[in-house]
Design a protein around this ligand. Sequence first.
Ligand code: ZN
Length: 297
Amino acid sequence: MSWYGCIEAGGTKFMVGAGRAEGRIDDRRRIPTGTPGDTLAACVEHLREIAHRLGPPAAIGIGAFGPLDLDERSPFHGRLLSTPKAGWRDVDLVRPFAEAFGVPVAIDTDVNAAALGEHRHGAGLGFDTLAYVTVGTGIGGGLVIDGRPLHGALHPEIGHLRPRRPAGDLDFAGVCPFHGDCFEGVASGPAIHARWGASLDALPASHPAHALIADYLGQLCAQLVLAASPRRIILGGGVLGDHRLLPDISASLQRWLGGYPVRIADSPGAPPLLVAPGLGTDAGLVGALVLAQTAAR
Ligand code: ZN
């Protein structure tokens, strides 16, 4: 039975598993992100254990933190670029797997992979143009345009767009090492911790943090709507947890659009524009499976 190696490479953990054609992930293992050599060797070893039982994988897909070189004509394709993650700059994420298994290895950003996973098997099914936004230790966004993940010159980095700051929040400088108060700098998990010393779900429902973060995320979604015209925006990541903020983010999105007649799905009777991931925390791994399947063809 054919299977695909699936890897979601994150700054704190790597998830590795065996993907089945219909979108199921089995045999998953969580590997804490340590040094590149140890972490990638542990991923290869786990896939070898699976291959010992099932035979070799048909292909391997990787969704990874970045920034990444995704230009297939580049000699550095599959390498991490100037990542702030210590020790990981210039690390080739593809080669260890290509050398170990001799099969096609496809790579994309973690958020493009998640967008692709949701597009094929989750909350984005039937939506040809969509965005996947994750709000966690950072803010990232992947885009699927007409069924294909968008790369362009690098890949979208929507978390580093700059918000308009509400007057009540101007004293907070933001936590992004590059920009200070980009969206990631003001609305990610670390930004929430820096302001209030707790995660959003640990703060009481009446705390103004909820409204402020919903306002920022609605503003980010409005920018996405204006720039890329997605039919669906899927909001994932640890900060959004149980998705209680979705209605407030949706209201904020409408406010930020200011009544401009953009034809978006959040009108009465239409399917909602903003939704939670259909695949839960598996979106990235399922996306890695879709990448692998595409590479195997
Ligand atoms: Zn930034």
